[in-house]
Design a protein around this ligand. Structure first.
Ligand code: SF4
Ligand code: SF4
Length: 168
């Protein structure tokens, strides 16, 4: 997958606001080791145990795929710690956002974050949409379920909150 990435852009230094003012970016399966499925389960299990990552999903089918599509993204702050699933969007801060920006190394950020093209005036351009990211996850649904099961996650226990709160 050849997508443009934008690291340490001076526009971001001026902005300091971050894409997560609305919602954390989504990762891609390659960032967890795909196509090596065992490696993916190992890495996602560790991530879920860290408490910094959650399972989100695309409601309904994408293309020929029927049903919801799971994916992995950073947690929101104030997320109840025992709930791994979190479809929340809008107005919640990403767990990795600090006053000086994202605390993850640039090349370890979710691919939706790395491919967001910085533009002044809040006009940043998305090169990997939420739907695009979920389409990439379709072949790896079982690996997310396996990692979730390993950490004792309950697919029916999830947290949803779209309170319009400030970014910080
Ligand atoms: S990607 Fe956009 S919103 Fe995020 S810090 Fe950079 S300029 Fe600001
Ligand atoms: S991972 Fe980093 S760049 Fe992505 S939403 Fe969170 S703070 Fe922003």
């Amino acid at each position: 997958m050849n997508l443009p990435v934008f690291h340490d852009d001076p526009v971001c230094a001026e902005c300091g606001h971050c894409c997560s003012s609305t919602v954390p970016g989504h990762t891609t399966p390659e960032q967890w080791g795909a196509p090596d499925k065992d490696e993916m389960v190992r890495r996602m299990t560790d991530a879920f145990q860290s408490g910094d990552w959650s399972i989100d999903w695309w409601d309904g089918g994408i293309g020929d795929h029927d049903g919801d599509v799971l994916s992995v993204r950073p947690r929101h702050v104030d997320h109840p710690s025992k709930q791994l699933r979190d479809p929340t969007w809008g107005g919640h801060r990403c767990v990795f956002l600090t006053p000086s920006g994202c605390k993850l190394p640039a090349n370890e950020r979710p691919m939706c974050c790395q491919t967001l093209e910085p533009k002044r005036g809040g006009r940043c351009v998305t090169h990997l949409s939420k739907e695009d990211a979920h389409r990439l996850w379709i072949p790896y649904q079982q690996q997310i379920l396996d990692a979730e099961k390993t950490v004792g996650g309950d697919p029916d226990d999830y947290y949803y909150d779209e309170r319009p709160v400030g970014w910080w």
